[in-house]
Design a binder for this molecule. Structure first.
Ligand code: 13P
Length: 340
């Protein structure tokens, strides 16, 4: 393991004013996204869509791109490997290496993430293809009765095994323990479960000899579930998220890059902006958004070549707004700039 190289990559992934584009939707997830625009999910359609993103001007606000296994091997319409397009834009290519989830038998439906069995054989191939970081997502449901020590512990352990193997292959692990945002739990339940999950995760990372200087943490924000009757404002979300992260994440971690988890595009940006505006944080705080970076772009594109330029403009705007939020310089009125 070359810790100095890992630390350099991790720092680049959370470079001030930039963040990560999560374009690693699995076959099933990208099909759901394309269903919204009535587009058949063919290999070429997926390639065209991602090529459009990686060639957009907005890539100047992107520090890294998470790819799915199919995409890392794909070439653009003119034969340029998509990985090369990402590198040319100054961003670091990365790869999702988990293989989805399955229910842990004997629990109330708690999920464990799969993909450890052949991981040490896959990682060198991804490195050779240009990946310098990886992603593994664990999922915890914070609704009462749906989480327990069993699921939290098993997922923290799997994240640590994954992170250990990544670092041994000089690949920076994005450690993603996601506490879901779609239940009827309130913000304080999200806080308590996230705190437990993060404390368990960092303990397991320690037991598994993972060097914190060579990881990026990808957590959820502390928010009420979508179906909760009790809403929370930006200031409360920012304050509780920072309090929880300061309590759980050692300062040796170079950066934290949030998932968007179903927040609207502008909510995800405003919350990140408010946290960075608080200042005095021991780590960089940025985005690693999937939906909140891509939703408006997909809808504008609608699978049509004639919409590519307009869709790229929409993507560039979103990336720019999030880049500003990552510096604490975002103001909601900046959104109007696009229409102007
Ligand atoms: P969302 O931002 O859409 O939650 O996706 C981020 C991600 O990579 C989830 O694993």
């Amino acid at each position: 393991m070359d810790l100095s190289a890992l630390n350099k990559i991790a720092n680049k992934m959370v470079e001030t004013g930039k963040g990560i584009l999560a374009a690693d939707e699995s076959g099933g997830t990208i099909k759901k996204r394309f269903d919204q625009i009535n587009l058949e999910s063919t290999e070429n359609a997926r390639r065209d869509y991602r090529e459009m993103l990686f060639r957009a001007e907005g890539m100047k606000h992107i520090s890294g791109v998470i790819l799915y296994d199919e995409t890392i091997w794909q070439k653009g319409a003119d034969g340029t490997p998509l990985v090369k397009l990402i590198e040319n834009a100054g961003a670091v290519p990365g790869i999702k290496v988990d293989e989805g989830t399955e229910v842990i038998a004997g629990t109330s439906g708690e999920l464990i993430t799969k993909g450890l069995d052949n991981l040490s054989a896959r990682l060198p191939k991804y490195y050779e293809a240009g990946a310098r970081f990886a992603k593994w997502r664990a999922v915890i449901d914070p609704v009462a009765g749906r989480f327990s020590h069993t699921g939290i512990m098993a997922n923290a352990h799997a994240l640590a095994r994954y992170a250990n193997l990544c670092q041994a292959n000089n690949i920076v692990p994005i450690v993603e323990p996601e506490v879901l945002m779609d239940g009827d739990n309130d913000i304080d339940a999200c806080y308590q479960v996230t705190q437990w999950v993060l404390k368990e995760t960092f303990q397991q990372l320690y037991f598994m000899n993972v060097a914190l200087e060579g990881i990026v943490l990808k957590p959820n924000m502390i928010v009420p579930g979508k179906k909760s009757a009790k809403k929370a404002g930006i200031a409360e979300i920012a304050e509780k998220t920072i309090k929880c992260l300061k309590d759980c994440v050692p300062a040796a971690v170079p950066g934290i890059a949030f998932l968007s988890g179903g927040q609207s595009d502008e909510e995800a940006t405003a919350n990140l902006g408010a946290m960075n505006a608080l200042g005095g944080l021991p780590w960089k705080l940025t985005f690693s958004y999937g939906r909140a970076l891509q939703h408006a772009t997909i809808m504008t594109w609608a699978g049509k070549a004639e919409n590519v330029k307009k869709a790229q403009t929409v993507f560039t705007h979103r990336a720019k707004m999030n880049g500003l939020a990552a510096k604490g310089a975002y103001k909601p009125e900046m959104e109007r700039e696009l229409a102007a």
